[in-house]
Design a protein around this ligand. Structure first.
Ligand SMILES: *Cc1c(COP(=O)(O)O)cnc(C)c1O
Length: 218
């Protein structure tokens, strides 16, 4: 199955970069996929998933967790502030912290619960107007502000501009993380995860290469 292929390619890319194969987590991005495809990948033993939509994840993962036991679901899509509470109930990591209002909301909720999952700051490395993420120039200050709120920052995340070489974006994100003392790097998707691993990715988010093309509802 494609999962085995991707697992092997992730390990090979890590080794080629002089890194341990288990230094890279493969997040299987299951958004908008038919449930039977997700169940196939669960049966094959994979235990780390990514979702983009709080509502969709809420309808799927509580049952799958009950059936398949311990597994991790990461939020990788834009998070509305009014869904932050539900997101903390559902997810084991959030990759898309990208603005002060969301950071403040998460900090308040985390304080109430006495717990917060690992968070990634999304950086809009291409400074694309339509894309989520902190602008590159504002990232250092945003990271410092999030730390001052006691948020558990695990690293940085990016989605490079479509149709551009991702490599310079991966390199820029890695440099920014290192400069800020952050070790996590969530970068690389179906088309470019090997390049991301060569640049130090610790979390690759791979959807269609594992599950097949997504059929969005019309
Ligand atoms: C959908 C999505 C992915 C997976 O994309 P593929 O090209 O199918 O691998 C990865 N990251 C984010 C943020 C996504 O929204």
């Amino acid at each position: 199955m494609p999962l085995d292929d991707i697992v092997k390619r992730v390990a090979a890319a890590a080794l080629a970069a002089g890194r341990a194969p288990d230094a890279v987590q493969l997040i299987a991005v299951s958004k908008v996929q038919p449930l039977e495809r997700v169940v196939d990948v669960l049966r094959a033993g994979h235990r780390i998933y990514g979702e983009n939509y709080v509502q969709e994840a809420a309808g799927k993962w509580p049952d799958l967790r009950a059936e398949f036991g311990p597994l991790a679901v990461h939020m990788i899509g834009p998070l509305q502030t009014n869904k932050a509470k539900l997101a903390l109930d559902l997810f084991d990591a959030i990759h898309t912290v990208d603005r002060p209002s969301l950071a403040e909301k998460l900090a308040r909720l985390a304080q109430d619960r006495g717990h917060c999952p690992p968070l990634f700051v999304q950086v809009n490395t291409g400074a694309e107007p339509q894309k989520a993420g902190v602008l590159p120039d504002a990232a250092d200050a945003f990271i410092a502000a999030a730390r001052a709120m006691d948020l558990p920052l695990a690293g940085l995340m990016c989605i490079p501009p479509e149709g551009e070489d991702s490599a310079p974006h991966f390199a820029a994100l890695a440099a920014k993380a290192a400069r800020n003392g952050l070790t996590g790097l969530s970068m690389g998707m179906s088309g470019d995860f090997e390049s991301a691993i060569a640049h130090g990715a610790t979390h690759v988010r791979v959807g269609s290469a594992i599950f097949g093309a997504r059929a969005y509802p019309a």
